[in-house]
Ligand binder design. Structure first.
Ligand SMILES: [Zn+2]
Ligand SMILES: [Zn+2]
Length: 397
């Protein structure tokens, strides 16, 4: 039984935990070879006893066992009521770190923004932000249109226009920042029309690694039919998932290509939570810039912690945003569901560059694979997650 691990999913708000124990099928035995103690679980087998000790502050309430079942491939499932006392210092750290988790804290001054893939600098070295202003939530244009009973020319103009940053502005939105086109380092960044005719916005790419870091934004003024060449973008929208933001003096370092760093993981998760708040919904259709759908996603905003405990006493623990999802809903039942979600006003729409969509899908799938087999799907949806926070590894003795 050496090297086996126990999986624990904790619902922090309700104090309940789902345990999956690596227990082989019980044959010809009336009693279960498992003993639950307040501070550990002991599993008997022919080869001896394996003990899984809980980390400090984590206890099981006596006589709270339910949902006992044995499943092929997983082992023994059971639910227990638990008490989790977060260490005092841990709590303080969490409060300190809160600003950081809500995306980068951008201050006026010499801010640098870099390609997350390769670290190439995206803003002019001379760029100095005089103002950093929050953008209204993404639905603001509609909100403006709805909040006036008669449609005056003014309000219509207001709703039609894109908020344009001044040359020394950084406008911060949900999951992106908006900077003036002149702030962009044109030696390092390409702003090009997509070869794909379905994509109507110019794409902003890092010249070194070709990764798409954003899109160009035009003023939104009506085009005259005679206007042959599209107007150049006045502002550049940079996706926070594809860039890193640095204060003066710090250096740009790339994140591991192909897979987001744990930091990027939580940036994505925080973005989704913010979108959920600003669009008032838990369900989302995720599409790329040419409106190809990659994902149907349902956020479960319960505070969830995943923990694995090995018989050697190592405990790894992370706080997650649990997500039910359907990747590539392009045929059959999934396509029907997509059609009904598209008509549902309680479902939000997220448009990301193709790379970000693919990254999100592959990321969710790989996290799904890390769960016990029977917990990987729920009501025809796949169960995945994004890591909000990795808790420090601990060792129990
Ligand atoms: Zn790059
Ligand atoms: Zn991840």
């Amino acid at each position: 039984m050496e090297g086996k691990t126990m999986f624990v999913e904790i619902q922090k708000q309700v104090g309940a935990a789902h345990f999956v124990l690596p227990v082989e099928a019980v044959k010809d035995s009336k009693s279960l070879p498992v003993v639950v103690h307040p501070d550990k679980v002991a599993v008997q087998s022919g080869k001896g006893e394996s003990v899984y000790r809980f980390p400090d502050g984590f206890r099981v309430r006596p006589k709270s066992c339910s949902g006992l079942k044995w499943l092929e491939g997983d082992g023994l499932h059971l639910r227990l009521s638990v008490v989790e006392e977060e260490a005092e210092e841990q709590k303080e750290k969490e409060e300190d770190g809160r600003g950081e988790e809500n995306g980068p804290d951008i201050k006026p001054g010499h801010t640098r923004m870099c390609c997350a893939m390769c670290g190439h600098q995206l803003l002019k070295p001379s760029f100095c932000a005089k103002r950093v202003l929050p953008l209204p939530s993404d639905g603001w244009q509609e909100a403006v249109a709805h909040s006036f009973c008669h449609k005056s020319q003014d309000t219509q103009n207001m709703a039609a226009q894109t908020l344009a940053p001044r040359p020394a502005d950084i406008l911060t939105g949900t999951g992106h920042v908006l900077v003036h086109a002149k702030a962009i380092h044109s030696d390092n960044v390409d702003v090009v029309d997509s070869e794909d005719k379905m994509v109507l916005v110019p794409l902003v790419r890092c010249k070194r690694c070709r990764s798409q870091v954003g899109i160009g934004v035009t003023t939104g003024k009506k085009k005259t039919p005679a206007q042959a060449t599209p107007e150049p973008p006045c502002a550049i929208k940079l996706y926070l998932s594809n860039i890193t933001v640095h204060e003066e003096g710090s250096t740009c370092s790339p994140v591991t290509p192909g897979h987001a760093s744990p930091g990027q993981d939580s940036v994505l998760a925080q973005q989704l939570l913010k979108e959920s708040e600003s669009q008032y919904c838990l369900r989302f259709v995720v599409q790329d810039l040419r409106a190809d759908v990659y994902l149907l996603m349902w956020l479960l905003k319960s505070e969830t912690r995943l923990m694995t405990i090995s018989t050697q006493g190592s405990v790894s623990s992370r706080d997650i945003l649990k997500i039910l999802y359907l990747p590539l809903p392009r045929d059959g039942v999934n396509k029907l569901l997509l059609e009904s979600w598209k008509k549902d006003e309680n479902v939000g729409l997220l448009s990301y560059p193709r790379d970000t969509c693919l990254h999100l899908v592959s990321h969710l799938v790989s996290h799904t694979q890390s769960l016990p087999v029977s917990l990987r799907s729920m009501n025809n949806f796949m169960v995945g997650f994004l890591t909000l926070k990795n808790n420090p590894e601990s060792k129990t003795t």
